[in-house]
Design a protein around this ligand. Structure first.
Ligand SMILES: [Zn+2]
Length: 87
């Protein structure tokens, strides 16, 4: 089974794929800008991860490559990790 996918369009973004027991997952980080630091005093530096989303996928949304070859349907779901506040 294929366990990784390198997509040219993702090299400049904080985005990556993983293939685990949950299937193929697209992870994307949102990182802090100067404007985010001005709006949120919990943030410490530009480039800090504010949140991460993990979405289950069947195809790469950027190049169209089929990643999940299972015949089972991929039910849309996501996990949101919010790092913008102290918990
Ligand atoms: Zn791709």
């Amino acid at each position: 089974m294929k366990n990784n996918h390198k997509c040219e369009s993702m090299f400049l973004a904080q985005a990556w794929f993983e293939n685990n027991e949950r299937g193929w997952i697209l992870n994307i980080n949102r990182t802090a800008t100067e404007e985010d630091l001005e709006d949120n005093h919990h943030l410490e530096e530009v480039g800090q991860t504010i949140c991460q989303i993990a979405v289950n996928i069947k195809f790469c949304p950027y190049c169209g490559c089929q990643l999940n070859t299972s015949k089972d349907d991929v039910v849309p779901k996501f996990i949101l990790y919010d790092f913008s506040t102290w918990r």
